[in-house]
Design a protein around this ligand. Structure first.
Ligand SMILES: Nc1ncnc2c1ncn2[C@@H]1O[C@H](COP(=O)(O)OP(=O)(O)OP(=O)(O)O)[C@@H](O)[C@H]1O
Length: 229
């Protein structure tokens, strides 16, 4: 069974007097552990598609199946639990909680995901992940003193510390220069491959495609290219 699958996925929105079809029957499946990059012109529907798969937006018709279970059929509460436990999110900006230290950001995520780890195991896990992102020296720092790249490293650690099944990344490197972008992608690769996390990433940056196992191109709400790299 595929990890994630969409069946004839459609999204229609009301723009003034007109109805606009922004996703026009998308049929795709995603294998476990792979990194898929979603590319395409501005307005082609990439973020809409990503946020629907991520359980953050509803469909107009069609299905989204996670290990065969319909996200469309879930109640708001079921979806909230699923998102907290099985999904991780990274956006263009880190969106760290300003009044929590670096290590507290990670502990908070383990709390939200209702991690089965004991207190001691959680401490160890946070310590290990901070080591992996080279941020142990900043564990007691607040976000305001961190650089853009450091903030994004913490955001990525926070997105995967609970070992979600899926990581959704919407332009995770868009706010960074090319060296830092590559560092961030290396980190995403390292952390997701280690835990067999499946990654879906929207990007405008051609240089980031080298980190993907698969590249899907969208145009006007449809898939126009799908290649394994
Ligand atoms: N809730 C909404 N109401 C009305 N129109 C919407 C809504 N959400 C998205 N759209 C429109 O649907 C189209 C697709 O938007 P989407 O954000 O998915 O595109 P995108 O490919 O991610 O674009 P970009 O690369 O610029 O971020 C756009 O024309 C957008 O204006």
């Amino acid at each position: 069974m595929e990890l994630l699958e969409t069946i004839n996925l459609q999204k229609t929105v009301q723009n003034g007097d007109t109805q606009e079809n922004i996703l026009k029957g998308i049929q795709l499946s995603f294998q476990k552990g792979k990194i898929t990059a979603l590319i395409g012109a501005s307005g082609s529907g990439k973020s809409t598609f990503l946020t629907i798969l991520a359980g953050l937006q509803s469909v107009s018709s069609g299905e989204v199946l996670l290990e065969g279970n319909s996200l469309v059929a879930m109640s708001a509460e079921q979806l909230r639990k699923l998102r907290a436990k099985e999904f991780g999110y990274v956006f263009q900006y880190a969106h760290l909680v300003p009044f929590l230290t670096v290590e507290e950001q990670l502990h908070l995520m383990l709390d939200i995901a209702a991690s089965p780890l004991s207190k001691q195991e959680r401490k160890q896990e946070v310590h290990d992940v901070l080591g992996m992102i080279d941020m142990l020296h900043r564990q007691h720092a607040y976000p305001s003193i961190l650089s853009g790249g450091e903030k994004q490293r913490v955001a990525i650690a926070r997105a995967v510390i609970h070992k979600p099944k899926l990581l959704f990344a919407d332009e995770p490197t868009a706010s960074l220069d090319s060296k830092r972008s590559m560092d961030i992608m290396e980190l995403i690769l390292k952390l997701t491959k280690k835990n067999d996390i499946t990654t879906l990433m929207v990007t405008h940056d051609e240089d980031m495609l080298r980190y993907a196992d698969r590249v899907i191109k969208m145009n006007d709400g449809k898939i126009t290219e799908d290649r394994t790299v």
